[in-house]
Design a binder for this molecule. Sequence first.
Ligand code: HEM
Length: 201
Amino acid sequence: MRDHHDDRGIPGYNLGSPEVARSPISIEALDELKKSCLLTDEDVIYLRLSYDVLEDQAENLVAMWRGIIAHHPHLRHYSQDVNTGAPDEEYGARVGKRFAQWVLDTARAEYDQAWLDYQYEIGLRHHRAKKNKTDGAHTTAHIRGRDLIGFAAATVAPLRPYLEKGGHSEQVVNRMLDAWWKSMILQVTLWSQPYMNPGDF
Ligand code: HEM
């Protein structure tokens, strides 16, 4: 699987390709979930405003999130080779590129079928169902659901200084940050589906 490229040239980032799992929920169900998250059209405007602010900072953001993971043994072991215990650097680099692209796709906020399907795929890739498969890696097989969900806070809470770099007013920065929280909760909710008992989602 190591040579799958999408049209953005990021190995394994195949949003929109037929290899991606199909979301078990419909676009209508996604619309309901957006309402549960209070994610409105106005939030979409602020997410898209954050695109230009974050575009050149995506790699820095990934490095910052990596720093949080590296700081905690229970998180960093998910990227360690099960046989040697050493960090799998190649895996880390490949996943990092996809993570940076995810920042941009979150800011793009195009909630179509391809996006919905890819959210299911991202959940599967944290779960034992598909972790390691995209990169042919041999790291820890499964990210615990509680770590996946909890890390949503670690993803968005440190964003403010990065959003401030765009030179927008404090009020606008606050709205972008709110929109990021809502989007993150929406996404991690979708990602949690493979972790739930059948019928419980
Ligand atoms: C809610 C917070 C999280 C976000 C926003 C996030 C984001 C992402 C993204 C965008 C990808 C790439 C998906 C793709 O293949 O296109 C990914 C994969 C991955 N993430 Fe996360 N993640 C989160 C939580 C975690 C946690 C807590 C860990 C463990 C420390 C983790 C470790 C990984 C690993 C190891 C992969 C690669 C999975 C594979 O083998 O394909 N993630 N994550």
